[in-house]
Design a protein. Structure first.
Lengths: 395, 115
C-alpha cells in the first residue's frame, strides 16, 4: 500500500481510543498515543516534531490492531510514516551505538561472502539439497554482540538443527544468508531492505527447496507478510519451527523434565502471524513439565519491549520489568520464549544494574533440546560413519 | 559522519592521555582525539568501516597505564566485537585494531579471533 492508501484507511478510525487504552507505550505516560498518531498523520505529518518523537517509540506490537473495531493495523501506518521520515533524514535513537543496524546494512551492500556457518559441527546433519531450508537469521551475529549469562544464540541455532535432525530432516543452510531486513524495514530504510530481500530470495530460488523453516518469528513475519506483499507470492511453504515440530510430535518424543514454565508469546509470532498453539503443544508434550499462563497471554501478551534496536528507554524498561513480574507471579521457574530477540531483551532486563531475581529466560528450542538430551552432539545414525574430527567444534 | 567523507581514509581514535606514539604520527592517518577510548562503542567503529574507512585504529596506553584505569580493557571488548563481526561479514578483521602503547600500526597477518 502506498501512503495515500494507508491514510485513506485511517479515515475508518472511529476515535474510540481502544488502541491507546491497550498500548503499552502509551501507558508509560511519555506522550505516545496510537490514536493521536492517526489523527496527526492525516493533518500535519511533515512538520510535527511531536509526531516524529512518537513515531519511533511504537514497538509495532499490534496490541492496538487486536482491539481496533475498524480492523486498522496501525503499525502499517507507522512503517509508512517511518519510511517518509527516513527519506527526509530523520530517524530513531539507535540502541547499542547503531552497531546492529550497521552490520545489517553491510549485509545488504557488501559483496563479500560471509563466514556465517562457522558454528556448524560434524554432528549436525545438514544437506546441500532437499526440501527444507532452515533460515538461521542473525544468531551468529547476536552471538558476538551480546554476552548475557546463559545466552548462546549459536547454540540455539545448533539445537534447531538437532531438533530437525531428530524428526528426520536434514535442512539446507544458506552459507551466505543475509539478514531478513525486518529491523531496517521497521526503521523506514526500504532501500537496504529491498537489497537484503533480493539477495535472500535469489539464494533460496536456486536450492529448489519446497519449504522454509524459521527459528526467528521476525524473519518469518518478514518473509510471510513483507516479502510476499512487495515481491510477489512465494511458492514455498513458510513456517515457524514450532509449527513443523508440533506436526512431528510422535517422532520428537520429548523426555521428562520436571518443573513449571510459562510461555511468552512473541508479538511477531502471535498477533502478527496468529501462531499461538504450536509452541504450547510442544511444551505440553514434555512429560512432567507444567505450562502455566501469565496474566497477559496469547492475543493480550505484552511485548518484550524491543523492536528494531531503537528507543530503548523508560517505557521499554517498565514494560520488561512488568513482564518479568507477571512471569514470576505464575510461580514458573522458567520463562520460555520462541524469539531470539525476546530472549535477549528479557535477559537484559534481568541483568541490569538494578538486577532483580526472576525466572530463568529460555528459548523454546533450547528447552526442547534439553528435554531430549540433545545439548551435546546428536549421535550419528549407524549408516553415516564419519571420521572423527576431534575438537573441530571449538575451532 | 555523513558530512565528512572517510572513504579510503585510515582513522585512529586516540586517547587524549596516550603518549605520542609512532602509530599516531602516521601521515596518512586521520586522528580523532578522544577523552577515553573505552567510550568508543563498537557501533562507531563498525560504522567507520561501513562508511568506507580503510583501517580503524584505537590508540591507547599499555593496559596497566590507563589514566581511567579500565579504558583499555573496555576498548578491548568493543574492538573484539567489531573484529568478530567483520569476520562474519567476510571482511578482514585486521581493519579494526587496538594498539596499546608503541606497537607498530602496520597490519599484521594476525590470527583471526575465532568464533
Amino acid at each position: 500500500m502506498n501512503m495515500d492508501q494507508v491514510l485513506a484507511e485511517t479515515l475508518l478510525c472511529q476515535e474510540c481510543g481502544r488502541c491507546t487504552g491497550v498500548c503499552p507505550v502509551a501507558r508509560s505516560g511519555l506522550g505516545f498515543s496510537p490514536r493521536k498518531v492517526i489523527r496527526q498523520a492525516g493533518e500535519s505529518r511533515t512538520q510535527s516534531p511531536e509526531l516524529d518523537r512518537a513515531l519511533f517509540t511504537c514497538l509495532g506490537c499490534d496490541r492496538c490492531a487486536a482491539v481496533c473495531p475498524s480492523g486498522l493495523t496501525i503499525s502499517d501506518l507507522i512503517i509508512r510514516l517511518r519510511q517518509e521520515a527516513y527519506q527526509q533524514g530523520r530517524t530513531a535513537t539507535l540502541a547499542h551505538g547503531g552497531l546492529l543496524q550497521s552490520f545489517m546494512r553491510m549485509m545488504a551492500t557488501t559483496p563479500d561472502r560471509q563466514h556465517r556457518l562457522d558454528w556448524l559441527d560434524p554432528s549436525l546433519r545438514v544437506s546441500t539439497s532437499g526440501d527444507t531450508i532452515l533460515f538461521v537469521g542473525c544468531a551468529p551475529y547476536f552471538d558476538r554482540v551480546f554476552d548475557f549469562p546463559g545466552l548462546r544464540p549459536v547454540e540455539t541455532a545448533r539445537n534447531a538443527v538437532r531438533l530437525l535432525n531428530r524428526v528426520g530432516i536434514e535442512p539446507i543452510l544458506l552459507d551466505d544468508e543475509r539478514c531478513c531486513g525486518h529491523d531496517l524495514l521497521w526503521l523506514g530504510d526500504t532501500g537496504n531492505f529491498r537489497l537484503l530481500a533480493e539477495r535472500n530470495l535469489a539464494q533460496i530460488a536456486v536450492t529448489g527447496a519446497k519449504r522454509l523453516v524459521f527459528s526467528c518469528p521476525e524473519c518469518l513475519r518478514t518473509f510471510k507478510l513483507d516479502y510476499q506483499s512487495r515481491f510477489g507470492k512465494s511458492s514455498l511453504e513458510l513456517l515457524h519451527i514450532s509449527e513443523l515440530l508440533a506436526r512431528e510430535l510422535s517422532q520428537l518424543d520429548p523426555g521428562a523434565m520436571p518443573g513449571r514454565v510459562t510461555f511468552h508469546d512473541p508479538c511477531r509470532l502471535g498477533r502478527h502471524l496468529g501462531i499461538y498453539d504450536p509452541p504450547r503443544e510442544l511444551l505440553r508434550a514434555v512429560p512432567e513439565l507444567e505450562l502455566v499462563e501469565m496474566k497477559h497471554s496469547r492475543e493480550q501478551a505484552t511485548c518484550c519491549g524491543g523492536t528494531a534496536w531503537v528507543e530503548c528507554g523508560t517505557a521499554v524498561k517498565c514494560l520488561q520489568n512488568e513482564r518479568l513480574a507477571e512471569a514470576e507471579a505464575t510461580g514458573a521457574e522458567r520463562l520460555v520464549t520462541a524469539c531470539p530477540k525476546c530472549d535477549i531483551h528479557l535477559r537484559c532486563a534481568l541483568s541490569g544494574t538494578d538486577a532483580r531475581t526472576g525466572p530463568e529466560i529460555v528459548n523454546m528450542i533450547n528447552l526442547l533440546a534439553e528435554s531430549l538430551g540433545l545439548t551435546g552432539p546428536e549421535p550419528l545414525p549407524e549408516s553415516a560413519v564419519l571420521a572423527d574430527k576431534g575438537g573441530s567444534q571449538d575451532a | 559522519m555523513s558530512a565528512h567523507s572517510v572513504v579510503g581514509t585510515d582513522i585512529a581514535f586516540r586517547c587524549n592521555w596516550a603518549r605520542e606514539t609512532e602509530p599516531a604520527r602516521h601521515p596518512e592517518l586521520e586522528v580523532v582525539r578522544v577523552a577515553c577510548i573505552g567510550r568508543i562503542p563498537a557501533g562507531l567503529l563498525l560504522q567507520a568501516i561501513e562508511h568506507g574507512a580503510g583501517q580503524v585504529l584505537v590508540l591507547g596506553c599499555p593496559e596497566n597505564e590507563c589514566r581511567h584505569q579500565n579504558g583499555v580493557r573496555l576498548a578491548q571488548v568493543q574492538v573484539r566485537i567489531v573484529r568478530d563481526l567483520l569476520h562474519l561479514l567476510g571482511l578482514d578483521p585486521d581493519r579494526v585494531r587496538l594498539v596499546a602503547g608503541d606497537e607498530s600500526p602496520t597490519p599484521r597477518p594476525a590470527a583471526h579471533p575465532g568464533v
